[in-house]
Design a protein around this ligand. Structure first.
Ligand code: PLP
Length: 415
């Protein structure tokens, strides 16, 4: 049986007081997750024992580092249902979407082409396309929402039927609404009506919370961040369908050492090996090892159980928070629509930042603001929302502590 209290013991950072007599209740995992001790240990072990540059040495440490880097890539690729050659390590999701824009968009889009995205996107899956449109002359179409909660699939279908749709980019799990989008349905609409279009899935908030299989989802690009899935900061992934890499439709966007074949004064040829081709410069070996360890940790917990645990927390949070006067949770209701990862809310009297500050004074760490989804917040008329977000170590007691901390809000604001 999934026991989050046992899981929590693997995260030493969670065992502390943040104010006198106030133990930490960490509910900001959508911004970044905490890291299990084992992840930190394998990274320290690497630096203490094996550190060397990869691929360019013949000595023992270089062999070990290369080996560890290769194995890490294999593990992380497997975790998201991809082949090793299909995974490009990036710094995070943002670098992954930028990689698509520079490595694919600049070579395949032109004036009048259409990029489709949605109103619930994180800026990492929006601003990048705005800039790509500026460079290529493509146009951006933003699909609206139904009930401020879910993607309007009728509008989505209408837009992808337009001529010249070349790229469709959407989020798997919204970081502001918690909505789990119907990826398969959306992919089949695109495949049916926009045969030439490539599909980008922003999986930053799904890979940490539910089983994700790149091949099964049938998207062309998948982006995720290691730091949100128990791994270290500074590493993430861009998964690209192999045929796009092999055919040259997707090209490297970073150039320099490590990715070349032969270099002359005026020209260079590039590596045949796909891993080498998309790894310009020295990679972050320790972080790759740490991320692979995080994948093993999640695999051991079982992603089906992780997802179930997460759904239960969301349902529980809805139930418990609904008793707080003046509070409205945004996004779909869990009994009507799949949602997970977080609950964000607005209060009719107290500003989101004030809420977050008072909750912090009770040891409860939440986030307030627009959560990098400004167009969504503007369209829904929310100046800011306060978000409590969960991960494998979150417990119902954490949610109880959040609810209890509202007593202080009520006291200060005389509610
Ligand atoms: N996409 C979503 C849905 C996110 O929640 C985030 C971060 O919060 C990102 C993209 C960007 O991730 P990163 O800052 O790790 O690049």
């Amino acid at each position: 049986m999934y026991d989050p209290k046992q899981v929590k013991k693997n995260f030493p950072v969670l065992d502390q007081e943040v104010h006198p007599g106030k133990p930490l209740v960490y509910l900001d995992s959508a911004a970044t997750s905490q890291k299990p001790k084992k992840v930190i240990e394998v990274m320290a072990h690497y630096y203490l024992n094996d550190n060397a540059n990869v691929h360019r040495g013949v000595h023992v440490l270089s062999d070990r580092a290369t080996d560890a880097w290769d194995r890490a890539k294999e593990t992380v690729a497997q975790f998201v249902g991809a082949e090793k050659d299909e995974l490009i390590f990036t710094r995070n999701t943002t670098e992954a979407t930028n990689g698509i824009a520079y490595g694919w968009g600049d070579h395949n889009l032109g004036k009048g082409d259409v990029i489709v995205t949605t109103l619930m996107e994180h800026h990492a899956n929006l601003v990048v396309w705005q800039e790509l449109c500026k460079r290529t002359g493509a146009n951006l179409e933003v699909v609206g929402l139904k009930d401020e909660a879910t993607i309007d699939l009728e509008e989505f279908a209408k837009i992808v039927k337009k001529p010249d749709v070349k790229l469709v980019a959407f989020v798997h799990v919204s970081n502001s609404l918690g909505t789990v989008n119907p990826v398969k349905e959306m992919v089949s609409l695109v495949r049916k009506h926009a045969k030439e279009a490539r599909i980008v899935l922003d999986a930053a908030q799904s890979v940490p919370h539910l089983p994700v299989d790149f091949h099964e989802l049938d998207v062309d690009f998948l982006c995720f961040s290691g730091h949100k899935m128990l791994g270290p900061m500074g590493i993430g992934g861009l998964v690209v369908k192999k045929e796009l890499l092999k055919s040259g439709e997707m090209q490297p966007w970073l150039f320099g050492g490590g990715m070349i074949g032969n270099v002359g004064e005026q020209q260079a040829s590039y590596a045949d090996d796909l891993t080498d081709l998309f790894t310009a410069g020295t990679p972050d070996v320790a972080s790759a090892i740490g991320l692979a360890e995080a994948c093993k940790f999640l695999d051991n917990l079982g992603m089906e159980d992780v997802m179930k645990h997460d759904f239960e927390l969301v349902e529980y949070a809805f139930k418990q928070l609904s008793g707080i006067k003046g509070l409205e949770i945004v996004g779909p209701r869990p009994e009507k629509y799949n949602r997970l990862g977080s609950v964000a809310f607005v209060h009719d009297t107290v500003h989101a930042h004030d809420l977050a500050q008072i909750l912090d004074s009770e040891g409860v760490a939440v986030r307030s603001g627009h959560h990098c989804t400004m167009p969504l917040h503007k369209a829904c008329g929310w100046q800011a929302t306060t978000r409590a977000s969960f991960n494998v170590y979150s417990t119902k007691e954490d949610i109880d502590a959040l609810v209890k901390a509202f007593d202080k809000v009520a006291k200060i604001f005389k509610l």
